[in-house]
Design a binder for this molecule. Sequence first.
Ligand code: RP5
Length: 173
Amino acid sequence: MSDENKSPILVGVVMGSDSDTVTMSKVRGILDKFGIPYAGMICSAHRTPEDVPATIQSWVARGCKVFIAGAGWAAHLAGAFAANTTLPVIGVPLASSKLSGLDALLATVQMPAGIPVATIAIDCPENAAYFAIQILATSDADLSAKLVEHRVTMAEGVREKSRKLIELQGWPG
Ligand code: RP5
């Protein structure tokens, strides 16, 4: 099947290894909840470098507007994507090495001027999904309204937890 005949996507999610999939799968529930079509694949900046531009080309042909790249260790995947596209790339440093993600954070965030990677907290692919949605929402009023609704729901959740703290745990309010 040619790329143009595959289903359209707005977000391309790439991860460096199958060992990243459990953490990176947190992206899916959020994109699904907001009705964002996406594709995912494993692609390594070091082990399959030639697949980076090929993947970008394939996803862009399907309408992709933003990339999410999660990797651990010397995490060059997001940077390799950013080097090959002018679309926004969101990097997720993963805590898969004995350095608990500090290595991946520095490798992902310390990009040279001109080739940015929007870097998310270590092991927090959820924020990569939200940030991708925020980018898409700049030209989609319905999506923007969904984001506002989500913030309202989050705030209600925090206030409910505060009520429980006082009512159930006996904290003086
Ligand atoms: C990185 O190296 C991957 O993103 C992964 O987090 C880490 C280890 O990969 P495996 O050796 O488990 O394949 O490229």
